[in-house]
Ligand binder design. Structure first.
Ligand code: F1X
Length: 397
């Protein structure tokens, strides 16, 4: 066992900290926005009031007796967390449960007319329909004549920076990193990533998606490229089984994104056709595993998911939340080797993430020092830095 230093699990109970602000400010703001976006009835308003009181001033309450996933949540620690302040249980747990309870309040789980109505859909649609998305899709035409390696790199960066809701074609201008006082890309294992996906590959790429809209679109473009260029024979796209963390992608969001691509012109539409055909013939599949909305790190993943990740040629996990779940939602010393924190993961894994929370591993001492000198600790949560980290090993479980 590697000599990994102790790192405390992140809680939300320290006023002034980022996690505390999410519980005390972001969650109430989300309740407000959802309320304003839908013509909910009195029952839903009362339930939202109840959730607001509970999550800001109260304690974690059990799920209703008829909740379809009650047993599952008990397996995920509900009995241990119930009755405690939302601020005193692991932050990851608290956030996940907040979204679960929000869906309850608006009637997502039904039965009834609001069953399956995504409370975040207006926000996701607005982003997908934004003129910036048109510009980003039009920029794909400029990639057409580039050598495959350069297209692949541009699309990888598109997917990476898409995690900031920003396609990367315009950001990956040569030299941009060097011009900043601290590097935009704080770790870059992309050579290792590409070595796992050589042209002519016969393997399976798993991509664990994060946000819908302007992140999911470049994720889909990357998948289309890898399939078309033979860097992967098959791809599996993991999305969330229900709306989560406001903008996380569900199957409905995949459908919206594909329609958006097909309705575009030029290269974007071609990518859309590739993906549509790959779904039809089974080279691309979409999965919505319950564990994707679990309040737990991947170390606790169930056996079926473990088996799937174990057989993949490479699993790419997107975004900040998936990073927290991959390495553990802990305050690691930033120079803790990435590979020491991913020992729970059964197959080769790559993280593509913009930095939006305190968790970080795998920095060199020089990079950490440059970041701290330039920004104090603000680089951890500002979303202006990103990383590509890869652990190519197959861990025996
Ligand atoms: O996973 P994503 O979309 O990249 O980011 C999720 C996020 O917005 O949610 C958490 C705070 O609620 C943070 O981990 C992070 O900032």
């Amino acid at each position: 066992m590697p000599d990994t230093p102790f790192a405390p699990v992140i809680l939300g109970n320290e006023p002034g900290s980022f996690p505390h602000s999410v519980l005390a400010e972001r969650h109430p703001a989300i309740i407000r926005q959802v309320r304003e976006a839908f013509p909910y009835g009195p029952g839903q308003h009362t339930a939202l009031d109840g959730l607001l009181g509970s999550c800001t001033r109260g304690v974690v309450e059990p799920l209703p007796a008829d909740a379809p996933d009650r047993d599952r949540w008990h397996g995920w620690g509900l009995a241990e967390c119930a009755g405690r302040s939302w601020y005193d249980v692991p932050w990851l747990w608290s956030e996940s449960y907040f979204y679960r309870r929000l869906l309850d309040a608006v009637g997502w789980f039904g039965p009834g007319p609001w069953q399956g109505i995504d409370p975040f859909r207006p926000f996701k649609r607005a982003e997908l329909d934004a003129p910036e998305t048109d510009e980003e899709l039009a920029a794909l035409d400029g990639l057409r004549d580039l050598p495959e390696e350069e297209r692949a790199r541009a699309l990888l960066h598109g997917s990476l920076w898409g995690n900031r809701a920003d396609l990367g074609f315009r950001l990956s201008a040569a030299g941009a990193e060097e011009r900043d006082p601290a590097p935009a890309l704080v770790a870059d294992d992309s050579d290792t990533l590409w070595s796992l996906l050589p042209p002519g590959g016969t393997g399976t790429l798993v991509l664990v998606a994060d946000n819908a809209g302007r992140e999911l679109v470049p994720d889909l473009l990357l998948i289309a490229h890898l399939l078309t260029e033979g860097r992967a024979a098959r791809a599996v796209l993991h999305v969330k089984p229900y709306p989560y963390y406001v903008s996380d992608a569900t199957t409905a969001d995949v459908v919206d994104a594909l329609h958006r691509l097909r309705a575009a012109s030029g290269a974007a539409a071609e990518y859309g056709r590739v993906l549509w055909a790959a779904l039809a013939d089974g080279r691309l599949t979409v999965r919505a595993h319950p564990f994707s909305c679990a309040p737990l790190p991947y170390a606790s993943m169930p056996d079926d998911l473990r088996a799937e990740f174990a057989t993949a040629t490479l699993t790419v996990v997107k975004g900040d939340l998936n990073y927290r779940r991959l390495v553990g939602d802990r305050l690691w010393p930033p120079t803790t080797p990435f590979r020491e924190t991913t020992a729970c993961f059964p197959g080769p894994v790559a993280a593509l993430r913009t930095l939006k929370s305190d968790v970080i591993t795998g920095l060199t001492p020089a990079t950490e020092a440059a970041l701290v000198a330039a920004e104090g600790q603000g680089w951890r949560t500002g979303g202006t830095h990103a990383l590509i980290q890869v652990d190519p090993s197959r861990h025996q479980q």
